[in-house]
Design a protein around this ligand. Structure first.
Ligand SMILES: NC(=O)c1ccc[n+]([C@@H]2O[C@H](COP(=O)([O-])OP(=O)(O)OC[C@H]3O[C@@H](n4cnc5c(N)ncnc54)[C@H](O)[C@@H]3O)[C@@H](O)[C@H]2O)c1
Ligand SMILES: O=c1ccn([C@@H]2O[C@H](COP(=O)(O)OP(=O)(O)O[C@H]3O[C@H](CO)[C@@H](O)[C@H](O)[C@H]3O)[C@@H](O)[C@H]2O)c(=O)[nH]1
Length: 323
């Protein structure tokens, strides 16, 4: 029987890019999204979109059975670090309680494999960068804690029930499809790249740099920005590996190269050809100083390497999607 993949959160930033990548390879996919992020990206013709909650077991179960789903790629969730500090109840509800309902329904329906969007936030403040997968996991915000909890559930389901799973720990998802038809559009937008490009384009207020007293080379936070198109290709490879009967487990998806906030702003100014108005503000709660992936395990296991994540390409793609 041909494979059918259920994509939760397929109307979101990373999920919509994955839907296109899968469809371009002729894969059969169905999207489940409750629309809570308020985005409605253009998706490939013919892709079924079910409006529903991952925690609604009746909806999930009937969808899995009706479409014959044999793999799940689970992107749906709440994603803002700052909001998770002020409203942890929401993060544990969506990212843990409802996600566990999805997982349990998948088990009952005998779905053999699942890919999960995890995050660098599971590591917290790392002891050393670049960060390998077996580094200590001590999240410093409820967002990271909620994602790590779901990873623990996957591990336990794998051991007890033979579920084959991968937890793909993205570092900072960024960029956009080179066609310009998809874009990073969170509401409210909290991510650095859209905020700084829009500030440079005069569409938003000046950018605030959150802190300049971090122990990094220029005092601003360092992150590892990974293009969504590279994320999508890693997911396809991970799905194939699971389908071939292999275990995958946790994998970092990053480039291994960190960029500071100031370096990002400098590169954005070059790509924009104009200044990004900005000021320096206090630190944002829950921000680790430096998060850079050691991507070697993903490269070995998946035979994958980031291709479009160099800063000029990544920012040019992001800019094209906003103009
Ligand atoms: N953007 C990043 O930098 C980044 C980094 C690391 C990990 N991640 C993870 O990747 C995943 C996707 O992130 P994104 O940036 O595309 O976020 P996004 O907000 O654009 O997409 C999430 C999607 O999930 C949907 N959703 C939320 N709650 C739902 C529910 N209860 N039931 C059904 N659908 C629901 C939303 O409507 C949205 O379309 C998330 O799990 C996030 O934690 C993102
Ligand atoms: O107006 C802004 C917005 C961000 N930043 C800084 O820019 C960096 C990147 O911030 P942001 O784009 O908000 O991403 P992160 O907070 O690093 O979090 C992202 O990356 C994490 C993994 O690193 C994921 O888990 C999260 O889902 C995703 O939101 C951080 O140092 C922020 O302090 C600013 O200085 N000013």
């Amino acid at each position: 029987m041909p494979s059918v993949t259920l994509i939760t959160g397929g109307l979101g930033f990373v999920g919509s890019h994955f839907v296109w990548a899968a469809a371009r390879e002729g894969r059969d996919v169905v999207v489940l999204d409750d629309g809570s992020a308020g985005t409605s990206p253009e998706l490939p013709e013919g892709v079924e979109v079910v409006r529903g909650d991952i925690g609604d077991r009746a909806t999930v179960g009937s969808l899995i059975r009706r479409r014959g789903v044999d793999a799940i790629v689970h992107f749906a969730g709440k994603i803002q670090v700052g909001e998770s500090v002020t409203n942890p109840a929401l993060y544990f509800d969506v990212n843990v309680v409802r996600a566990l309902a999805l997982l349990e329904e998948a088990r009952v329906a005998e779905v053999p494999r699942i890919l999960f969007s995890s995050t660098a936030a599971v590591y917290g403040e790392p002891e050393a960068v670049p960060i390998p997968e077996d580094a200590p996991k001590r999240p410093v915000n409820p967002y990271g804690a909620s994602k790590l909890t779901f990873e623990h559930a996957l591990e336990a389901y794998g051991r007890a029930y033979g579920l084959r799973w991968a937890a793909l720990r993205y570092f900072n998802a960024a960029g956009a499809d080179p066609s310009g038809k998809l874009r990073e559009a969170h509401d409210p937008e909290t991510h650095l790249i859209p905020l700084m490009l829009d500030a440079g384009l005069g569409r938003r207020p000046p950018l605030t740099l959150f802190g300049e007293d971090y122990p990094t080379r220029d005092g601003t936070c360092e992150r590892d920005y990974i293009h969504v198109v590279d994320l999508a290709s890693a997911h396809l490879k991970a799905l194939d590996r699971l389908a071939a009967g292999h275990a995958v487990g946790p994998l970092n998806l990053g480039t291994g190269q960190g960029s500071t906030v100031r370096e990002m702003v400098d590169e954005a100014e070059r790509v924009l050809g104009r200044a990004v108005p900005r000021s320096v503000g206090p630190r944002r709660a829950g921000d680790p100083s430096s998060l850079v992936a050691d991507p070697r395990r993903a490269e070995e296991v998946l035979g994958w390497k980031a291709q479009r994540s160099d800063l000029p390409t990544l920012l040019e793609d992001a800019l094209r999607s906003r103009t």
